[in-house]
Design a binder for this molecule. Structure first.
Ligand SMILES: Cc1cc2nc3c(=O)[nH]c(=O)nc-3n(C[C@H](O)[C@H](O)[C@H](O)COP(=O)(O)OP(=O)(O)OC[C@H]3O[C@@H](n4cnc5c(N)ncnc54)[C@H](O)[C@@H]3O)c2cc1C
Length: 431
């Protein structure tokens, strides 16, 4: 099959079709964005009896939620010591425990809603690109065991072939708690679950503006959309890397970053087993990292930030070749494997590379997953919905400082991305 610029995951599932109907005049909660964050929130809110409208400018799952690697990962992007210095020991412990709970949350939803998405606790493997990265693994594992009572297993280079059929790494570290799934099937299932719970989803409905407005003596919001206006008592924003000018306070706190993926043709069983004997979710230790795994039908899925800019025809096409070369560096065995699909998506980084949730300008939000969003977005959607419904759920990511750009030099247009890309490449070279 010739290379297709198309998301392979979309070939594996159907999406629920939200019935085209007029927007309601009033709802309890308007949710912006129909990805993991918005749909998880909508499901929880609707189950609690709230009248919920999910407003999605494209279609259910159109954003990063159907385009990602399907790695359901423990931990956060920042190292433990840095987290402790930023938030103190107690909050960091609570954050780490939360990252473990996020995976249980996905597993529970998959089970409760019988979502057929190949969820499996196959564990993740981080591989070291340099000796000094590997030397740091033992120290990291020791700190994580001591501070968070969570076990990681360091794998020496001479034992690494039990984990990965590649000779290029200096060793690895395994976390058995992480999982893998098919993200398109999962987000489609979440959409069905939200609809079943009573939430209404409005596709092709772009939110263009929000303003405070009282209605029938209650304070709330008037939302202007591409399909008319509606009033909502509360607003919850789950727009992640696609956050736009309708919510400027969030837009200027988030950097949209492109990430790209290729998948090969279906591989022979023996070759697939050689490449990834334990079917791990794998990523390397670089800043400009590669992440990869086998798909349930035995393709190699290989992703990375081949271009820093969000996806467009040019960045997608260029990424296919860059990623194929990267894949062959890791796995020379794949030199003759055909690459059948390439696609891209946009993820969101906050300036402190942390997830953030809470209220801004009076509206609720959860964003900033930095490539760790499958589990965290699902979890934050649920916890923020519980908060909106009047509970007081424990959520250590609410209330932490949410910085904007240094010196305020950013209005949501990431002019600095080429420099950031070069900077990360430079860091990988020197570190
Ligand atoms: C290529 C790639 C690989 C990734 N791999 C992984 C991985 O393996 N593991 C992991 O944990 N994470 C991964 N991520 C990150 C993860 O996919 C995201 O963090 C997660 O999907 C975010 O979900 P979300 O619901 O918050 O946002 P999204 O799924 O991006 O949804 C946001 C939605 O908001 C809609 N929207 C935006 N503005 C408006 C508006 N004004 N009006 C109406 N609708 C609007 C968009 O159309 C979009 O559908 C990856 C991301 C990418 C792009």
């Amino acid at each position: 099959m010739p290379l297709q610029e198309h998301n392979y995951w979309l070939t594996t599932t159907d999406f629920p079709k939200a019935e085209p109907r007029a927007l309601p005049d009033r709802v309890d909660v308007a949710v912006i964005g129909a990805g993991f964050t918005g749909l998880s929130a909508a499901r929880t809110l609707a189950k609690r009896g709230a009248k919920v409208a999910v407003l999605e400018r494209e279609t259910i799952g159109w954003g990063a939620s159907s385009r990602n690697g399907g790695m359901v990962l423990t931990g956060m992007k920042l190292g433990v010591n840095q987290l402790i210095s930023m938030y103190g020991r107690e909050r960091t412990q609570s954050m780490y425990a939360t990252t473990l709970a996020t995976i249980d949350c996905v597993e529970q939803i998959v089970r409760e809603e019988t979502i057929d998405c190949n969820f499996s606790r196959s564990g993740h493997l981080e591989v070291a690109c340099k000796q000094k990265h590997f030397d740091d693994y033992a120290r990291q594992a020791e700190v994580i065991a001591r501070e968070f009572n969570h076990r990681l297993r360091v794998v020496q280079k001479n034992e690494l072939n039990a984990e990965i059929g590649s000779q290029v790494y200096y060793g690895g570290m395994v976390d058995e708690v992480s999982a893998g799934l098919n993200p398109a099937r999962y987000v489609a299932g979440l959409g069905r679950a939200a609809i079943k719970a009573g939430a209404e989803i409005f596709e092709h409905t772009r939110v263009e503006g929000l303003q405070r407005e009282s209605s029938q003596g209650e304070s709330g919001w008037k939302l202007t959309t591409s399909r008319g206006a509606l009033w909502a008592r509360e607003v919850f924003v789950g727009t992640s890397g696609y956050t736009g000018k309708a919510t400027p306070a969030l837009q200027k706190r988030l950097i949209p970053i492109g990430s790209f993926i290729i998948t090969t043709e279906i591989l022979p069983e023996a070759l697939a087993r050689e490449l990834s004997p334990r079917n791990r979710m794998i990523y390397d230790s670089k800043n400009y990292l590669y992440y990869y795994r086998l798909t349930p039908d035995r393709r190699m899925l290989f992703g990375g930030r081949a271009a820093f800019f969000p996806e467009n025809d040019q960045t997608i096409r260029r990424s296919a070749e860059i990623l194929r070369r990267g894949m062959i560096d890791v796995y020379p065995q794949l030199r003759d494997a055909k690459v059948e699909y390439v696609w891209g998506g946009t993820l969101d980084f906050a300036f402190d590379i942390m997830p953030h949730a809470g209220q801004i300008d009076g509206m609720y939000y959860a964003v900033g997953y930095a490539g760790h969003g499958v589990a965290m977005a699902t979890y934050q959607g649920q916890k923020m919905a519980e908060l909106i419904a009047g509970d007081k759920p424990e959520n250590p990511f609410v209330g932490i400082p949410f910085p904007g750009a240094p010196l305020g030099l950013y209005n949501g247009k990431p002019w600095f991305l080429p420099f950031a890309g070069m900077w990360y490449k430079f860091l990988d070279w020197v570190n």
